[in-house]
Write a protein that binds this ligand. Structure first.
Ligand code: SF4
Ligand code: SF4
Length: 158
């Protein structure tokens, strides 16, 4: 029938007039972000064994792990770095890590227009993770509680 399309279109418009808007007035209003949203990668040094499984799983070669043997038979992590300039946030490193030392989550507020700032070394990743834990009431993105001795270390700023 001629004009049916116009009527259908107007019906959609009418339905939406009486619904609350989906948009939020950012930055005054911020939409809640799910804990495990793929906003970022958060590396937790205290959970990491230096096994390099994440680095091997990464198709882009973003992750660098360098270790040396420690006296107790474990591995000392000399370097842990992520090159976010080439990361595609596929999450394969997160899935591969046997200890959930790298997890998806965190804020999107650390976006940067500086290309070089997207290469994060161990110190930068640790600072980011500790800020994350402070702001999330010492809970990892996977909802596990941070061990007390780690909380003490973070609060002492060491
Ligand atoms: S999210 Fe994907 S591309 Fe990024 S570091 Fe992990 S495995 Fe590599
Ligand atoms: S796979 Fe996990 S435990 Fe192993 S080096 Fe990567 S982040 Fe650390």
């Amino acid at each position: 029938m001629y004009g049916l399309g116009v009527v259908k279109g107007m019906m959609v418009t009418l339905r939406h007039i009486f619904r609350p808007p989906f948009t939020v007035q950012y930055p005054e209003e911020v939409r809640p972000i799910p804990r495990r949203a793929r906003t970022n990668l958060v590396w937790f040094e205290e959970r990491c064994t230096g096994c390099s499984t994440c680095a091997q799983a990464c198709p882009d070669g973003c992750i660098l792990v360098a270790t040396s043997p420690a006296e107790d038979g474990s591995l000392h992590i000399d370097r842990y770095e992520i090159d976010f300039r080439i990361c595609m946030y596929c999450g394969l490193c997160v899935e591969a890590c046997p200890y959930e030392a790298i997890q998806a989550g965190g804020t999107w507020k650390d976006v940067t227009a500086e290309f070089e700032a997207m290469y994060r070394d161990q110190d930068a990743l640790t600072r980011f993770a500790r800020n994350y834990l402070r702001e999330s009431n010492y809970t990892y993105p996977n909802s596990q509680r941070v061990p007390d001795h780690v909380i003490q270390l973070i609060e002492q700023g060491s």
